[in-house]
Write a protein that binds this ligand. Sequence first.
Ligand SMILES: [Zn+2]
Length: 339
Amino acid sequence: MIFEWQQKQWQQVRQQVQERRLPHALLLTGQAGLGKREFAMQLARSLLCKHPQANGEACGVCEACLLLQVVHTADETNNKATAVTHVGTHPDCLWLEPEEADKAIKVDDIRELCASLSLTSQFGGYRVAIINMADSMNINASNSLLKTLEEPGANSLLLLVSSRPHRLPVTVRSRCQRIAFHVPDEQAAIAWLSQQKVNNSALVLSLAHGSPLLAQQLAQADALQPRQQLVEALLGVAQNQSLVSHAEALAKQPVFELLGWLHDWLVDVLRLQSSQKAEVMNKDYAAELQQLAQQLPVQRVYGLLDEVLSLRRMQTVSLNAQLLWEDLLISWQLLIKKA
Ligand SMILES: [Zn+2]
């Protein structure tokens, strides 16, 4: 299924397919939670399907569709020598993503993918390769992709999916046609979320920066628990609770996710400092944020935000998580004390 907010992009690609001018490489960009990965899969299905429907979507029942049916999950790549897998059991559809979140895509996997993509299609149609989280390619991996981007095989399509395309080398980006996905308007997103029976949709949508699929995920039980832990630490430390025990609790949570929540928290404080009527992402803590905004020195909030941004720019955090959170909470505590 193509999501409502992807219709324009779908029509654009459909037209290119019909006019036989689909490029050999597409780069699907847009923030996380907009369904780029699903879109790539739908496009692959549509190109490989023997009897696509009028709107271009795959029929779901032909031989090709049945072979593509096994939905790929990250777990399937575990315990395998290679990260390159087939989608379902279809020989002409390949899938590659980092073996673990925050890990790089390696050059050997790209070589294998490119070699496989250059083979003749077993079904006499397209050969499609999807690289999910393509910005996780290390520099050697990106370089080895260039040859395929420059001299693609006939009827091959490479789909790169990335929510951080600025991390891709310009040599890779410039050889792909970009399809950008955007956040739907708030009313449409909330309507979609209520169709999915999501409660508290305004809050989760705001925490998801407007991405409906991410909002849906955040609405699931315990999905917001790491954020809750962080907020409790920030408010607790502001009230002189033990910094070390909060750091210990935070060290057990996923680092990059927490840094994301901390980033948004600080941005909310800064928004309220520039205007008391500003909309915040953390709607459920609007009153607490309002108070912090009045209390904290703006320049120092920026300073802490910079610290968080540079941590987030790292591919992986090799630091001891406990120490990392003690440092960040000390910075936060200093902010409060200087107020
Ligand atoms: Zn089909």
